[in-house]
Structure formats: C-alpha cells, structure tokens
Write a protein of this length. Structure first.
Length: 305
C-alpha cells in the first residue's frame, strides 16, 4: 500500500511539474514576441502567373490564395486541374503564396495587405491581362485575405470566399498574440485567443477553439471585415459541418451585413453538405457565379455598378 501511495504522489508531482513547465514555456513564448516589430520578409509574397491559351483580347484576372497550409497552393501540381478550368474559361490566373515560402514571412503573422496587392497590381499591368477586371478567390484564411483586400482596394471587382471567416483572427504562430494581417504597417484589429481555449488547442479541437474566440463578441465586432465596401459581386461557399470554424454561420452573417448595408452588387451564399474541405470539391459553384456576375462586366471594363 505504501508503494502505491508513494507512486501516486510521485505521479501527481510529475504532472504538476509538467504543467508548470508547459505554463512557463507558454509564458516565455508569449512574452518573446514584440508586437511592434514586423516579421522577417514582411510585405513579400511569391506570385506565379498562368496565361492560358492565347487570346486576341486581354483577359480578366483571377487571383487565388490558399489557406493556413501556407506555401502557394494554387501554383501546385495538386491544383493544376482546377486551375486549368479557370484558364479554359478565358481567365488569366495569378496564384499567390503569402507565407511559408523562401523570401516570404515564415508564419501567417501580420501579413501585409499592401504587399499582396502590389503583386496583383504588377500583374494587372501585363499586356495580356485586362487590369480593369480583377477577381480574388481564397479558401479559409485565404478567404479572409481575399475579403480584406477587396474591402480596401476598389479596383478589385469580385470576390469568391470559400469556407471564410467574417473577421480578422489571431496569427498562426507559437505565441498566437498578434493579428493575422496588417495594412500599411499597422496590425489589423483581431479576435484574440482566450486562455480558456488552451486545452482544446492542445487536444486539437479547432472548432472549439474558434467557438471560444467567437464568444468574445466585442472583439469580433472590432475585427469584422467591412464587406460592404467591396466594389463588386461577392460569393460565399461554406460547409454545413465545418470542423475548423463556423464558415456557414459566418457567411450567413456577412450576407446579412451586406443586406443591412444596402449592398448594390450581386451576392450569393451556397452551403455545401460536409466538412471544411468539402466545398473545394464544388468549385464549379465559384465559376458559375463568376460567369454570371463578373464576366458580363468585362465588356464594360468592369465599371458597371
């Protein structure tokens, strides 16, 4: 019995020690980040342009962003077939990687909107691109980025947001104490990670983590993306059983916001049955929306509305 008693005491002490060490490490990580110092390669992106078949006229431009996986998803072999479908429909295509690549920020931390936009504006000057007609498309954190860009740069003429968030969320770093995005050197207001989300974060329950963040309604309100400032059609493609965050609910809230603000451009929200990645199997919905509401504007230089 004494052996069992001492074993229990030792195990308890080890658990307490492990918790203290983990808490100490977490505190060190948090305090080691200077929120006033931007990450290395701030404002740098990796962009790859795809022209598609030759055409007699400059083509409207689709700009695509991946999500939290980093690198340049839309320039990869994995997404070649989907990328080709956009090219076959007469678009030029620009794939942008905004972190996780050489000479770009290592983490999704205070990504500079102006740096991403500069790559788009540079491509828009190409003679084979109709720089008057630009649509942005992104998935997950890339949808957050697409919506933010379009709400700040009026020469972006349409947005397709796939499993999007409706606000700016915390950076994906070890510390998780900074904003995911910045603009002109200033970090954007963001929804922070509460301490009570530590356990679900450790156990991998990402939906619980985001639900706890979203419970901070005051922070969400400060960090909301002003989608009503977008200068063109807006499309949301969400998941009904999203295990990462409530993309269906946040898409619905953005649709409601657009309606309340008397948004004058076409909008639509399609919810796909399934989890976070399921909507990526239904990108024909994106192409259908763009064909109906973006392409018809090309003839007028996308100036209608």
């Amino acid at each position: 019995m004494k052996f069992l008693k001492w074993t229990g005491i030792v195990l308890t002490a080890l658990v307490v020690l492990a918790v203290l060490l983990l808490a100490g490490y977490a505190a060190w990580v948090v305090h080691s980040v200077d929120p006033d110092v931007m990450p290395a390669h701030h404002g740098k992106v990796s962009a790859k342009f795809f022209a598609g078949p030759e055409a007699s006229q400059p083509k409207p431009l689709i700009v695509a962003f991946g999500g939290a996986e980093g690198r340049n998803l839309w320039a990869s072999k994995r997404w070649e077939a989907e990328r080709q479908k956009f090219l076959d429909e007469g678009y030029a295509f620009l794939a942008i990687g905004y972190f996780g690549l050489p000479d770009t920020p290592e983490k999704l931390d205070r990504i500079a909107l102006e740096g991403v936009y500069a790559a788009i504006a540079d491509t828009a000057k190409r003679p084979d691109v109709d720089g008057r007609c630009i649509a942005v498309m992104g998935g997950s954190k890339g949808a957050e980025l697409a919506l933010l860009l379009a709400s700040r740069y009026p020469d972006i003429d349409a947005v397709a947001a796939i499993v999007p968030g409706n606000a700016v969320f915390v950076a994906l770093t070890d510390a998780m104490t900074t904003s995911s995005f910045s603009h002109n050197g200033q970090a954007l207001p963001f929804v922070p990670l509460p301490w009570r989300a530590t356990i679900p974060l450790i156990t991998g329950d990402k939906r619980k983590v985001f639900d706890l963040m979203m419970a901070d309604t005051a922070a969400v309100e400060r960090a909301l993306i002003p989608v009503e400032k977008i200068n063109g059609p807006v499309f949301f493609l969400s998941a009904t059983r999203d295990e990462l965050w409530d993309s269906e609910g946040m898409s619905a809230s953005m649709m409601a916001r657009l309606k309340a603000k008397n948004f004058s451009h076409p909008t639509a929200h399609v919810a796909i049955e399934g989890g976070h990645v399921e909507p990526t199997q239904h990108l024909h919905e994106v192409r259908k929306f763009l064909a109906g509401h973006f392409k018809p504007r090309v003839a007028s230089g996308c100036s209608a509305g």
